[in-house]
Design a protein around this ligand. Structure first.
Ligand code: NAD
Ligand code: MG
Length: 385
């Protein structure tokens, strides 16, 4: 039986993953090793019972007793805390879904990469913070990293067996998020509730707000750079309000291969689950006659300065990705807590990058997890409102 683990099992990606596992036979068809969560103990315990997991882990030590109580009599082990997350990631598994949100996914993801098999990677933050470390760990252990982000799964599929040398450039699309068509002068007053809606995708709150600011697309540009080893010049972003084309690969011979699909994450998760085969998934097929037209626009960098920052981060290299991500996470925390406004997030991240770029070690490539966590910590301190 295939051994699987899901990190961030209670989130938007995680529950879609559980849904696919359930449809594919659940505990009868898979040996579920570890399921983990942050604070949603109720959902974690019920999924762990249903999937007969070996172990269920919450990131928060104070929730251990509650988790234990909910798992009583189930035979599922309970554990808590960041060290327990890493211990769970060290348990042998053939397929691991990395779907924690934020840099908190880095340590378990890196540990899981030592297991061989497949790491299905939704946690783009770990590639942005520590792409070279992730790639080296995968190479060292013969682990295959598969993208679980619609754009990157699309590039992966459109690329097929073609080498990166055949790629003229790739294009990832962006819906434009909640504020695509707002007058610029209204953005300063945008509320958390307004930023937390998405025109096409149902996702966790943080990535939904990051879609409105395009920090998500900025992260995805860096993710593309790290994942496919493509220079910044070969990565383009195109505004595509319908979210039907997820990415396109333009080859040196002028041919462009696009990947189209309904905006449903179960495609990218299911593709990674079934890879290298394909199997039916509960994803609606496209009806393009009904869609009618697909439209495209150049993204406006006055509205979305995060896109410019992504290029600066790639040009700087070293710890810029870790600093960018951490400053963004802190700015997002501060926006969600109403400490800063929507349009203050990008200038704050830019200021942190500028300040920390003068410090010794900023330009060095990530040597190990501790180094990344160090820069993550100081960037958050620097960014805090
Ligand atoms: P979410 O907020 O819905 O879920 C996050 C999961 O991580 C939950 O299980 C939560 O309990 C857990 N978690 C939160 N903080 C944690 C911490 N400090 N330590 C350990 N666990 C913690 O997020 P999501 O929308 O499912 O996104 C998950 C990841 O997938 C993110 O990296 C996101 O960028 C990426 N992603 C999501 C989507 C989507 O459709 N939601 C699409 C592409 C990529
Ligand atoms: Mg995406």
């Amino acid at each position: 039986m295939r051994r699987i683990s899901i990190f961030g099992a209670t989130g938007s990606v995680g529950t879609n993953g559980i849904d696919l596992i359930r449809r594919a036979g659940g505990a009868e068809a898979f040996h579920v090793v570890a399921l983990t969560a942050g604070r949603n103990i109720e959902r974690l315990a019920s999924s762990a019972r249903e999937m007969r997991a070996e172990i269920a882990v919450t990131a928060h030590e104070e929730l251990l007793d509650d988790l234990r109580a909910r798992l009583e009599g189930s035979g599922v082990e309970a554990a808590a805390g960041p060290a327990a997350l890493v211990e769970a990631a060290a348990r042998p598994a053939d397929w691991v879904l990395s779907a924690i949100v934020g840099a908190a996914g880095l340590a378990p993801g890196l540990t899981a990469l030592a297991q061989g098999g497949v790491l299905a990677l939704a946690n783009k933050e770990s590639l942005v913070c520590a792409g070279p470390l992730m790639r080296a760990a995968a190479d060292r252990n013969g682990t295959k990293i598969l993208p679980v982000d619609s754009e990157h799964s699309a590039i992966f599929q459109a690329l097929g067996s073609e080498s990166r040398d055949s790629v003229k450039h790739v294009t990832i699309t962006a819906s434009g998020g909640a504020f695509r068509d707002w007058p610029l002068e209204r953005l300063a007053a945008a509320t958390v509730a307004e930023a937390s809606t998405h025109p096409n995708w149902a996702m966790g709150q943080r990535i939904t707000i990051d879609s409105a600011s395009m920090f998500n697309k900025a992260m995805e540009v860096i993710e593309t750079h790290e994942f496919f080893d493509l220079e910044a010049e070969r990565i383009k972003v195109l505004l595509h309000p319908e979210s039907i084309i997820h990415a396109m690969v333009t080859h040196v011979d002028g041919g462009t291969i696009a990947h189209l699909g309904a905006p449903d994450m179960r495609h990218a998760i299911g593709y990674a689950l079934n890879w290298p085969e394909r199997a039916p998934l509960p994803v609606a097929a496209l009806d393009l006659a009904k869609t009618g037209s697909l439209t495209f626009r150049e993204p406006d960098e006055t509205r979305w300065p995060a896109l410019r920052l992504a290029r600066e981060v790639m040009a700087a290299g070293g710890m810029a990705g870790a600093v960018f991500n951490a400053a963004k996470e802190q700015a997002l925390d501060d926006f969600i807590a109403n400490r800063i406004g929507f349009v203050q997030m990008a200038p704050r991240v830019e200021a942190v990058l500028e300040t920390l770029s003068g410090q010794a070690g900023f330009a060095d490539p990530p040597a190990d997890l501790d180094m990344v966590l160090h820069w993550d910590r100081i960037a958050r301190q620097e960014a805090a409102a």
